[in-house]
Design a protein around this ligand. Structure first.
Ligand code: C5J
Length: 222
């Protein structure tokens, strides 16, 4: 597929689909379903559902265009040796990371809650990056996986906008990747943070990247 141009802020973005990857951040039960990490922190997890259908449609278009699709999951080793005490002990949640909840141990790899939601489950050999932090580059092999495939632009989707999506976009920007964020493919427990988070990406001439509507991206990939 030749270069595509996507209407975006702060300006239209030109993308080479062969050198671009879709990165879906943390669309896990622990964040989207009742009884998981997100709910233990006092959040209304239903607020994240709005990103599911736009992500599903974008994934279908990206797969049809032959693009690389990568999924991430936030979580920790069962012995929590990669979980900073500052993260485990913060706040006053109903259950802490590692505690047993209705979907297994909270934010622990291999548990039901840690896995991706059925609607956005990886297909074929799509890589899944297990990350202990907020950013998808910290303590993972994502950067080498992208370099080795000649990827220069990322389409970053998922949850939550101002936390793991933002951290990943910032990390990617410093590593030289051009990032496009389809805003409706992201969501937050705090809707105003979602809105401001998207504005922060595209502000100052696109200080972290570009922001678009997923329908425009899907149409460009068609
Ligand atoms: C959070 C995430 N919010 N995936 N993780 O702790 O945004």
């Amino acid at each position: 597929m030749p270069f595509i141009e996507v209407p975006a802020l702060p300006e239209p973005m030109r993308l080479d689909p062969a050198r671009s990857a879709v990165v879906i951040i943390d669309m896990q039960r622990d964040f989207l379903e009742p009884g998981g990490f997100g709910e233990t922190l006092g959040n209304d997890v239903s607020l994240l559902r709005r990103a599911v259908e736009p992500c599903r449609a974008l994934l279908a278009a990206a797969r049809a265009a032959g693009m690389l699709v990568i999924h991430t999951r936030e979580g920790h080793r069962p012995d929590l040796s990669d979980a900073p005490p500052a993260k485990v002990m913060r706040g006053n949640p109903v259950l802490r990371i590692g505690d047993m909840g209705p979907m297994g141990r909270i934010l622990v790899r291999g548990e039901m809650g840690h896995d991706l939601i059925d609607e956005l489950y990886p297909e074929g050999d799509e890589p899944v990056i297990d990350k202990p932090g907020k950013g998808a580059f910290w303590a993972t092999d994502l950067h080498s996986l992208l370099i080795n495939r000649g990827i220069e632009s990322l389409i970053v989707c998922g949850v939550t906008t101002e936390v793991c999506v933002h951290t990943t976009v910032r990390e990617a920007n410093d590593r030289g990747y051009r990032c496009l964020v389809p805003g409706d493919c992201c969501a937050s427990y705090i809707p105003e943070f979602h809105e401001v988070g998207l504005r922060m990406i595209a502000a100052q001439g696109g200080i972290f990247g570009w922001v678009c509507e997923s329908a425009d991206l899907v149409a460009a990939l068609d």
